[in-house]
Design a protein around this ligand. Sequence first.
Ligand SMILES: NC(=O)c1ccc[n+]([C@@H]2O[C@H](COP(=O)([O-])OP(=O)(O)OC[C@H]3O[C@@H](n4cnc5c(N)ncnc54)[C@H](O)[C@@H]3O)[C@@H](O)[C@H]2O)c1
Ligand SMILES: [Zn+2]
Length: 365
Amino acid sequence: MLVEIRGAADTYSALVGSGLLGQLGESAHKYLPRKTCAIISDSNVAPLFADRVKRSLTSAGFQPTLITIPAGEKSKTFKQAGAICDQMIVAGLDRQSFVIGLGGGVIGDISGFVAAIYHRGIPHVQIPTTLLAMVDSSIGGKTGVNAAAGKNLIGAVHHPSLVIDDVDVLRTLPRREFNQGFAEIIKHAIIADAAMFGTLQSWKASDAPIRLSLRIGFALQSLIRRNIEIKSKIVAKDERDRTGERAILNFGHTVGHGIERAGDYQEFLHSEAVSLGIVAACAISIKKVGLPCDQRDAIVDLLRRFDLPTQLPRDFPREKIFEALPYDKKFESGNIRFVVTPRIGSAHLSSDVTLDDIREAVASL
Ligand SMILES: NC(=O)c1ccc[n+]([C@@H]2O[C@H](COP(=O)([O-])OP(=O)(O)OC[C@H]3O[C@@H](n4cnc5c(N)ncnc54)[C@H](O)[C@@H]3O)[C@@H](O)[C@H]2O)c1
Ligand SMILES: [Zn+2]
């Protein structure tokens, strides 16, 4: 499946399918008539897939250099990006080279940032290997690294030249990582696609090991494609996050970020915290914009089906969630811009949500 992504200035393609890693050389030839490239990957992903990627590139005439960094969010730093650039210089990569990011969102973000700054910008190919990276972080052009003061504070907008989503790589993804991708998929359904919400509801609980079934494998490809379309359409309206249209992608993220931080980034994975943030955003949407209670119940039910959390543990330090909120970029100039949904399939920003509304929603989590 081919998805054409049209932005204000850039147009690129996302290929979604099975067996795509083996055909990478051919695809890269078509989209990037260059010779040398860096494959940036992490210590979990490189042993699984880097050989396949390298072989395919080499047999198509490319000269790839593999650069592996330790797996995990701690690697997403300016220092690590600098070290990668140094290795690329030593390997003789230049303005005519390109960068491939082979991994989850961490690798997508840091490799994209390296591509944005190396020789003032060279092409980037995203090969996401987590579901979250396929449906979310590989699309939209946001690249960057974390600073001591917060996540994603240093970065650049640098769209990829090509995105390759090979669903076969998802077979080795730990179950918890796989499920967290569904929090972002359910978010997309709530903000923009009631029909996709219905499709997800129709997947029976017995389909849970979906990544292993061929039939569902195809359904998963269609789902990934649909999510790429949803995110890229929203991004195209507001690439630089200026008009507020892109901000609806942050549905569930205001409280989600607070929970992530309050749990010291240990207790919940990012999208698990977002799942809880979605439940809080639903409570606020009921109060402020009349989201019907049965729609909130359907959302909670769907999140649970993917083993996503919808209630905070009793002893969770709830107060800490609010300490984190002022750092959130949605609190710009003291006005809370909170994303609400009046009904599944639609969302908008509201400046009518107060800190007390958020407190009430968190108290009921
Ligand atoms: N740029 C954006 O628009 C955007 C959007 C959302 C999230 N993000 C960023 O994405 C990051 C989170 O991404 P993530 O959840 O993919 O995390 P991740 O890249 O850390 O991957 C999660 C874990 O799974 C492992 N892994 C990856 N693919 C695997 C596979 N196929 N088989 C086995 N193990 C595999 C990784 O090594 C890692 O340990 C965060 O840094 C977040 O800020 C960026
Ligand atoms: Zn998210």
